[in-house]
Design a protein around this ligand. Structure first.
Ligand SMILES: [Zn+2]
Length: 498
């Protein structure tokens, strides 16, 4: 019998779900410094811990990885850099600058986080919309060769400064003004530097090229730029495309069979989160920026065309009753649906929407998905978990616990090992994050211990910022960050590069 070995932290007696998809097993987890050094029976292997965490009755899993968030602002501010909304969900790594957004200066962002500390690990994209905005502003014009070169250079610099790839938000202005060919040219730059392509697709509904058309566009970008693909928050948005989840998955499978690397992520809510303007305005109306939009609204002829297209966009999303105002400066409309606001103002929902946009806009929860499509996407082996967390939508505080509470423990749509896998190791593989997402010796000690009986989301559309419950202990890079269900003030997160 060999001598007793010491580890810094020993998590004892839990049910280990290691992230690989393997069955749960009773095991202890040993940690030295920032790495896992042992998974097994500590007593028979004579492993002792300087510090012991009792995980009896808890599920011990790799800390969750969220491939699509909007945490760049939170991580940059002293009051919110701990990223508590995510820590309390068991998330230890977030990706941000999705949807083509975020700052173009990745270096400054990475430096700030490294200097000030962050609660979770974070990885970033260089956003194509921001890059286009930096070079062409809100113009819908095609770039000149020199402008295209400027955009290429910004993508290259972003990758050199630590981005894991390029994100696009081809639904949003100004990213939407790029043709497929323009996007391919920039994706080639990210590909050459080992990055991946993350996209909020040009259309998740029937706005322009349609959901199927947008999946085909994404696949073409992957094929021609030789870049791995990650479709963000995959969904069938609106009744026109309900039921197309099967066709989307078939397209993805066919692309994979032909050599394209393609995956996606999803949040478990029937409402998406966006703004009144982004959901209802046609993109041509936003070309040139806010002043141009105001001028178009003021011009009777253009306004008539605008109202017509906005009416169609509202129908597509399910009508005025499906748009719930969540975050806005005007507290008199917060928590109300667009039809209710229109009634109060004795006007039509579209006129009310135009008033809201003119007054500075508002965030909405847009109820536009159906449960069948959500479940069809959820069980696909190439679709992982992401929150797309944004102000006013409960997904920012509830995505991961909701997945477990509702889809694993209540509806049994996913098994526990698969839910963990699609929230950790599968995501790490897609994103190219080395040594993350599994409980195995050699991996970074990002670990969550949660109580399967109580792990649940509390955030609702009415109260979207209620922290989740049930995470008992959480370690980030080997540092205990949540102790007995309470955040202890540590900021042990790191910036993760490709
Ligand atoms: Zn998005």
């Amino acid at each position: 019998m060999h001598a007793q070995q010491q580890v810094d932290i020993l998590i004892r007696g839990g049910t280990v779900v290691d992230g690989t998809g393997s069955q749960p097993r009773r095991a202890d987890v040993g940690i030295r410094g920032d790495r896992i050094t042992f998974v097994g029976n500590a007593a028979t292997s004579r492993i002792a811990g300087k510090q012991t965490i009792d995980a009896t009755g808890l599920v011990v899993a790799p800390g969750f990885i969220d491939s699509h968030t909007h945490t760049e602002g939170d991580l940059s501010k002293p009051a919110t850099k701990a990223n508590l909304a995510y820590l309390m969900q068991g998330v230890t790594t977030v990706v941000t600058n999705n949807d083509g957004g975020g700052p173009v200066d990745i270096g400054a962002l990475v430096d700030r986080w490294t200097r000030n500390g962050i609660g979770t690990n974070a990885a970033v994209y260089i956003g194509q919309g921001s890059v286009r905005g930096a070079v062409l502003g809100m113009s819908a014009a095609a770039p000149t060769p020199a402008q295209l070169d400027s955009m290429r250079a910004l993508v290259a610099r972003g990758m050199d400064q630590g981005a894991i790839g390029m994100s696009t938000g081809l639904y949003y202005a100004p990213g939407s003004y790029a043709t497929t060919d323009e996007v391919i040219e920039l994706a080639k730059v990210a590909a050459a530097k080992g990055g991946l392509y993350d996209t909020h697709m040009r259309d998740e509904s029937s706005y322009t090229i349609g959901l199927i058309g947008a999946v085909n566009e994404t696949i073409r970008i992957g094929r021609e730029a030789h870049i791995p693909l990650h479709i963000s928050h995959i969904k069938a948005l609106g009744t026109d495309v309900w039921g197309q989840s099967d066709s989307v998955i078939k397209l993805m499978n066919a692309a994979r069979a032909s050599g394209v690397t393609i995956a996606a992520c999803q949040y478990p809510y029937t409402a998406s989160g966006t703004s009144v303007g982004a959901s209802l305005l046609p993109r041509w109306a936003e070309a040139g920026g806010r002043d141009s939009l105001r001028a178009r609204i003021a011009d009777p002829e253009t306004r008539a065309r605008l109202v017509k297209e906005m009416t169609e966009n509202m129908r597509r999303r399910g009508g005025a009753n499906t748009l719930l105002i969540t975050a806005t400066r005007d507290s008199s409309i917060r928590g109300k649906r667009l039809d209710e606001i229109a009634r109060e103002r004795h006007t039509t929902p579209i006129e009310a929407a135009i008033q809201i946009i003119q007054a500075g806009g508002a965030s909405v929860a847009s109820f536009n998905m159906n449960e069948k499509d959500i479940e069809r996407f959820m069980v696909d082996p190439y679709i992982v978990t992401c929150s797309d967390g944004s102000e006013g939508h409960p997904r920012k505080y509830g995505t991961f616990p909701k997945l477990f509470h509702e889809y694993v423990f209540t509806k049994h749509i996913l098994t526990l090992p698969r839910a963990v896998q699609r929230s950790s190791s599968e995501t790490a593989k897609i994103l190219g994050l080395r040594d993350r997402g599994e409980l195995a010796p050699g991996y970074f000690a990002d670990v969550v211990a949660f109580d399967p009986k109580t792990f649940a989301d509390r955030a609702t559309y009415e109260r979207p910022t209620l922290l989740a419950v049930g995470v008992k202990d959480l370690l980030v890079n080997g540092v205990v960050t949540v102790e007995n269900g309470r955040y202890n003030g540590m900021t042990a997160g790191r910036v993760l590069r490709h």
